[in-house]
Ligand binder design. Structure first.
Ligand code: PEP
Ligand code: MG
Length: 611
């Protein structure tokens, strides 16, 4: 049956593929394609893990004290039977072979399959065996997690291939690997869960939850794959292997389309691919306005793997390296100084002399992480995490972790131009405490004879109204600033940026937001302090002229957006933007704002539309 779902488009492009439903359990599992010559080795790895669990169960049974209730023995016996059942063993091996996927993924998929089967069983006793199946499979998954995979994840190859071939917006061609046409459908995906997508190859994704600037959406844009969030009921209405068209331009998902619709979308896909090839020609053209003002375009990254795309799209540097992603998906270890140094250095080296702005960990809010290594209660448990211990507040309460990160960043600055950026600074006291820690870390490096750039530039994110309104203290004490519009909008309008129930109220064009941004840019300019915008507004071509009109000359964004924004800049004349900008900042009613925006757009032909 064909039907259509609507949601919020968060990452452009069109993809046609098969639905791959994901429960939270399978989101924690790696997924990659196995080369044909390694398939049997992968099947062996699965059976080896199954045998290990069998031995564990045998040992448990053998060591049961005499006086243990008989139920325990029976329970272990049931687990052994499940473990040997062909619905678990044979079916999983078959999935590895037929889908050419890794053992963890095949097993997690088989678990999903078995669980849905249990839901239909009427017999209560049998239905209760569901938990046993889950238990046994999770044991095998744990063992698999401790053994290394047969091959490295495929995405590394596709990424390199995409960069080599100078491929378009959709990255590697959809036909290059089967799994790239798999479309993930989930209720929600956490930022940590999204990390899996960085090393796995999918064609797009759909979630029921999330807003335009949620980190899940940001990660999708960084991958350059079409994505839609807030698609209600998607994971209930869509079935495994349904054919889907994800239209990331309009926010539409067409499920099991009829052949005519499919054909129409294939044509649109081809047109977009051609348009993107034309756009790619702009990558290495200097960015300046039509009347000659140079504009610097930087990339936002989350992992070193994001850097090749930034270079391919002509970024002049990294304007925001969100380091918190290094701290996620690791329960029992935190990245130590050497591991962090290695990652930061890698980015600095790949950027070959272009500046790299490294932001200290912005842990907390929707980027909560659970680590047995961290003592601060908080994070995931806080009632209102966006207003809780996040960003610099968290770092200041964890001086050991903070100093480790500062030393690693300082040491990376010996290898190339590095700037140090702090998230969520809100007051003079926090600035003082932060700068004291930087001095302490510098001293520690000096004492240990470790080189670093003593003149490293220090900057603050301006992402709360508190920081925006107390700007003089930031201008006095820091070398540069970067406006985080994602949070600035969230905190100014009191709209949770991840909550799709209020996504329609999340409005970058709200006069209070426009006045704050304009005020920050004007004051920084007067004080001669360099300033950029690194929130999602900087990467949305709808707002390019508006930001230019406010005087912005440094933009930092997801690499997938760089060329779209550059195209806008090249055709914008700063002179022509002045009058409509004044009108826009004088407007408070919806229609006046829209009117001023239309004139702003005509000053350089941008297509308007509020998101
Ligand atoms: C922002 O808030 O705009 C920003 C860039 O930081 P993050 O999205 O990581 O919170
Ligand atoms: Mg922020």
């Amino acid at each position: 049956m064909s039907f259509t779902l609507h949601g919020i488009p968060v990452s452009k492009g069109i993809v046609i593929g098969q639905a791959c439903l994901m429960s939270p359990a399978s989101l924690d599992v790696d997924h990659y394609v196995i080369e044909p010559e390694h398939i049997e080795a992968e099947v062996d790895r699965f059976f080896a893990a199954q045998r290990t669990v069998q031995q564990e169960l045998d040992t448990l049974r053998a060591e049961l004290p005499e006086d243990m209730p008989a139920e325990i023995d029976a329970f272990l016996n049931v687990h052994s039977l499940i473990l040997r059942d062909s619905l678990l063993t044979g079916a999983t091996a078959e999935r590895i072979r037929s889908q050419r996927v890794n053992a963890e993924w095949a097993l997690a998929q088989q678990l999903e399959h078995l669980l849905s089967y249990f839901d239909e069983v009427e017999d209560e006793y049998l239905r209760e065996r569901k938990a046993d199946v889950q238990h046994v499979i999770e044991r095998v998954l744990r063992v698999l997690a401790g053994t290394s995979a047969v091959i490295a994840p495929m995405m590394n190859k596709s990424l390199v291939a995409a960069v080599d071939a100078g491929m378009g917006e959709q990255g590697p061609s959809a036909a290059s690997y089967e799994s790239e046409r798999m479309i993930v459908v989930a209720h929600d995906i956490s930022p940590a869960g999204m990390l899996h997508f960085k090393t796995q190859a999918f064609g797009g994704f759909i979630t029921e939850y999330g807003g335009r600037t949620s980190h899940t959406a940001i990660a999708a844009r960084s991958l350059g794959i079409p994505a839609i969030v807030g698609a209600h009921q998607a994971s209930t209405l869509i079935r495994e292997n349904d054919i889907l068209i994800v239209d990331g331009e309009e926010g539409v998902v067409i499920v099991n389309p009829d052949p005519r619709i499919l054909e129409a979308y294939r044509t649109r896909q081809n047109e977009k691919a051609r348009a993107h090839q034309t756009l790619q020609r702009l990558a290495f053209a200097p960015a300046h306005t039509e009347d000659g003002t140079p504009i610097a375009l930087y990339a936002n990254i989350e992992l070193p793997e994001d850097v090749p795309l930034a270079l391919q799209r002509g970024a002049v540097g990294i304007g925001l390296f969100r380091t918190e992603f290094l701290f996620m998906n690791r329960r029992h270890t935190l990245p130590d100084e050497e591991e962090q140094l290695d990652v930061y250095r890698r980015v600095v080296h790949i950027m070959q002399g272009r500046p790299v702005t490294i932001r200290t960990a912005d842990i907390g809010a929707d980027k909560a992480f659970e680590s047995a290594m961290v003592e601060s209660e908080t994070l995931s448990g806080a009632e209102n995490p966006a207003l809780g211990l996040r960003g610099i507040r968290w770092s200041l309460t964890e001086p050991g972790i903070f100093l480790t990160q500062l030393r690693a960043i300082l040491r990376a600055s010996a290898d190339g131009p590095v700037k140090l950026l702090f998230p969520m600074l809100g007051s003079a006291r926090e600035i003082t405490q932060t700068l004291e820690r930087v001095e302490q870390a510098k001293q520690q490096c000096a004492d240990a004879g470790l080189p670093y750039d003593p003149k490293i530039k220090l900057g603050a994110m301006i992402e709360t109204p508190a920081a925006a309104l107390a700007l003089p203290v930031f201008l006095d004490r820091l070398d540069f600033l970067s406006i985080g519009t994602n949070d600035l909008i969230q905190y100014t309008l009191a709209i949770d940026r991840t909550d799709n129930a209020v996504a329609h109220l999340y409005d970058p064009l709200n006069p209070s937001v426009l006045h704050l941004i304009s005020h920050i840019l004007r004051q920084a300019k007067q004080a001669g302090v360099p300033i950029s915008v690194c929130g999602e507004m900087a990467g949305d071509p709808v707002y390019t002229r508006l930001l230019l009109g406010m005087g912005l000359t440094e933009f930092s964004m997801e690499s997938s957006q760089l060329l779209h924004v550059k195209q806008e800049i090249l055709s914008a004349s700063l002179g022509a933007l002045k009058a409509p900008m004044r009108a826009l900042l004088g407007a408070y009613e919806e229609e006046d704002i829209q009117g001023a925006l239309s004139i702003l757009a005509l000053a350089g032909n941008i297509e308007l539309g509020r998101r």
